[in-house]
Design a protein around this ligand. Structure first.
Ligand SMILES: Cc1cc2nc3c(=O)[nH]c(=O)nc-3n(C[C@H](O)[C@H](O)[C@H](O)COP(=O)(O)O)c2cc1C
Length: 200
């Protein structure tokens, strides 16, 4: 158990309890080929509605052009720390528009596949941090994302570095207490807002 471990009212799997989103990555770490493929396989084997697999991923390792292009598309706040990660993965969903109405399914499924990649990273002893702070049009243009596909998020993956190496503002966030909305305000039964009557 680390100081970042989630405080839960009943035990949850350590992979879930210990996952968190750091910003301090070791800029000297490089990802092995097998680790990389393992992350991608975890995403590829996600479930999806009708097994449509509406996701695609653009994958850049630190030092290559894809990494730089994804990094360039991040907002400056995210660039400030994500540059030290070992891997940047842009998750892209194939859009599904029916009768002029964009369907939520592809985003749901792509988020799920991304979550599997994130958890696999933690299972390998790495860390992952998802971001929505990026310019989707810039990413589209620099990486040639075709019409009908929508960049949804970017995930930074790498090895954890000490929080002390971050600039003060980021260091504060890195060590802040992790919080969640209480169980009673999140899970309802009978009617909306009525807490589920469970006690651990
Ligand atoms: C879809 C998504 C987008 C996010 N975007 C950003 C972001 O742009 N920049 C950032 O620093 N963190 C971002 N985060 C990280 C969240 O702030 C973080 O997951 C949340 O505070 C909970 O912390 P934890 O992951 O350590 O439990 C994002 C997370 C998700 C799932």
């Amino acid at each position: 158990m680390s100081p970042r471990t989630a405080t839960t009212t009943a035990a949850v799997h350590p992979l879930l309890a210990d996952r968190w989103s750091p910003r301090s990555f070791d800029a000297a770490h490089t990802l092995g080929d097998e680790e990389l493929v393992s992350l991608l396989e975890a995403a590829r084997w996600a479930p999806s509605a009708y097994n449509a697999q509406p996701w695609r991923f653009l994958v850049g390792r630190r030092g290559d052009t894809t990494f730089l292009r994804i990094l360039d598309a991040l907002v400056p706040f995210n660039q400030a720390w994500a540059h030290a990660s070992s891997l940047l993965v842009a998750a892209v969903a194939q859009e599904n528009v029916e009768d002029g109405v964009p369907q939520p399914g592809p985003s749901y499924d792509t988020g799920l596949a991304t979550a599997q990649l994130v958890l696999q990273a933690h299972a390998l002893g790495l860390h992952a941090h998802q971001m929505s702070g990026f310019d989707a049009d810039a990413l589209r243009a620099s990486l040639g994302v075709p019409e009908g596909f929508r960049p949804l998020s970017v995930v930074a993956v790498g090895a954890l570095a000490p929080a002390e190496l971050l600039p003060p503002k980021l260091r504060e966030r890195e060590t802040a207490v992790r919080e969640r909305r209480p169980v009673a305000e999140t899970f309802f039964a009978h009617t909306w807002g009525t807490p589920l009557p469970v006690r651990p």
